[in-house]
Design a protein around this ligand. Sequence first.
Ligand code: ATP
Ligand code: MG
Length: 400
Amino acid sequence: MQYDHILIRYGEMALKGKNIKQFIIRLQENIQQKVKEFPNVKVKRTQGRMFVLLNGHDPEPIMDKLQKVFGIHSLSLAIKVENDLEKIKEAALYALNNTEDVHKFKVTVKRINKDFPVRAMEMNQILGGHLLKNTKDILVDVHHPDLAIKVEIRLEATYITSNVVPGLGGLPVGTSGKSLLLLSGGIDSPVAGYLSMKRGVQLEAIHFHSPPFTSERAKQKVLDLTKQLTKYGKSIKVHIVPFTKLQQEIFREMPDDYAMTIMRRMMFRISERVCENESILSLATGENLGQVASQTMDSMHTINEVTNYPIIRPLVTMDKQEVIHISQEIGTYETSILPYEDCCTIFVPKSPKTKPKRGKVNYYESTYDFSASIEEAIKGIETIKVNDQKEVEDSFTDLF
Ligand code: ATP
Ligand code: MG
């Protein structure tokens, strides 16, 4: 006897009315994608639930993968047996013996199949008695058990499940359209990407790169962050924009205190062009109200003027500590704090305006023609597809 299934519960999606079917199909596809590397492991749907059939596979690495799939509310290891009292007893004992550190347990039986001859109450007693008799130093505790064994007697079979492991919740990636994430090498934007994915958004990413002022390592850092994000969804296309020339022009031609604002506006303009090419309908950023000069209300108002695309800003109201906490949880923090500078940390004006105005910025921009450099930057975009299977190609190894 062994655990042969993982039971998957999908909470929030049950509320989605008409779209439910589409959501479930997407969730199944996303799960299938994640377990593809394990031969013979299958994903099956039944009413209101999903099962992963392990076919002899060790459940642990598969549970790890599933705990990073959005749309899963919770998971449990399960054993499927015939509707036979002796088999059910044996499976319940297996579940108890194969969970570590159990001192107190409880059994809950649900009899959905009314043809099964023993009633739920009586089954509880029979199974409880069987487990007590065949173990040592273990008690029944219905209020605070270390292990809650659930027995569901269904029409086709009986499922015995052990503890409920929480999933990430959210919605399956791909059910809420696509967004282009402005991804720097910092702490915030990867977290913004993760939280967008949690709402079902599929990502592409754009990064503005300014060699030789920013190194190949800074670019690699962005690819590494992207790779970490793909663990929570599908492969992600990263568009690397050569930004040096445009950025130098901005800092040469525009008043120092408005250069930062204008640089941000250029980022949005170029991002919008990428969206048009890729049929993407929104942008996502790690902007956070009041953190730095570019993120005041005035600044957002002035920068936002150049695009009417919706901008997803999941961090806008968060405290820095909350953001850092999430980045640690999702595994991007260690990469984010590596010291390689991104383009915004290099071209920092001495005193950026904290309250830039639309009127002024439009006037300054009208005094110089940036269009050729914008087109050149767009033409020079390098697109790299990153997935969670193979290592991202290390494009700077020959520098050492
Ligand atoms: P982060 O931690 O994400 O770098 P931040 O707190 O440093 O954010 P800013 O430098 O003001 O804040 O950047 C705000 C947002 O603009 C970032 O979260 C990111 O979405 C976008 N951004 C900044 N620099 C770049 C870049 N070089 N390439 C792509 N997007 C960028
Ligand atoms: Mg930054």
